[in-house]
Ligand binder design. Sequence first.
Ligand code: SAM
Length: 318
Amino acid sequence: MRPNLVTKELNLTLPPLNIDISSGQAEALPAVGTLYIVATPIGNLSDLSPRGRAILAEVDLIAAEDTRHSSGLLQHFGIHAQMVALHEHNETQQSVQLISQLQAGKRIALISDAGTPAISDPGSRLVALAHTHHVPVVTIPGPSALTAALSISGLSALPVHFHGFMPPKAKARRQTLEPLVHSHGTLVFYEAPHRIEEMVEDLVAIFPASRALIICRELTKRFESVHRCTLAGVKTWFAGDPDRLRGEFVLVLEGAAENERTDPLIEGRRVLEILLASSLSISEAARAAAKITGANRSDLYHWALQKHGPTDDSENAS
Ligand code: SAM
């Protein structure tokens, strides 16, 4: 495993806190009654932006996903700020409290454990409430595992389908993944080490073996690794070293090629129309078209019924 030399050797000289940036919302110093959404490092502490650091040092209050976790970051930068917890279990109530403090003129920053808040992290409910109450919301952009992985994947980011974490239960995960087979956008998933094997098994079972997969692990950290393979080779690669299953993952999967893009429902409707032109009833044609194309029989049946009206046998057939 190649250690991340940047992390090991960087002796960072920190810039002064009061950075003068032109005007308006680009000011480093926080404005009264404003909510700052501050991105924090996804591993390498040097990735906190100077502006992010300045805002965190100057706000009246920091709302953090896990105050104990974030106190390490703040200590590292010599920031002594008051903190409150805002996590998935208290976001609704905590957001109401924070909005009244913002309305009273407090300057508040929101941070998550790592990366950009509200991206597979708490924060969107607070931001939505701030918008509703006309509280200014300002982004302090920076690291996110999503953009970091996508930018080094070599796959097109136009379009991209970001899915964050897949459902933990096998059936729900497969049901979520299956419709994505026909998507021509690059697919991005977050995954935790205890579920990476199951997730990879499902990707291999559902998607064509030729699809490129970029496995981004522990980005910006000491044991950072980026591996590019196809689904045909991914299980062999993981089997080659148990350490490859450790850490935090972003999986970037190539989208469908032109010839894989047919939506089964669209294809099912096309075949259904051909069969209906023969002597088949709606229910017979829907059953046959579903078998041929993999589209849902009931969807096809109801679509044909709406379009062509009931045939003799269709009334009891759904
Ligand atoms: N808000 C964060 C962001 O902007 O990236 C994501 C938070 S989400 C709860 C945590 C997941 O992001 C991890 O399970 C992993 O999938 C991904 N992740 C976070 N840091 C990572 C890193 N350094 N390398 C690879 N993936 C990472």
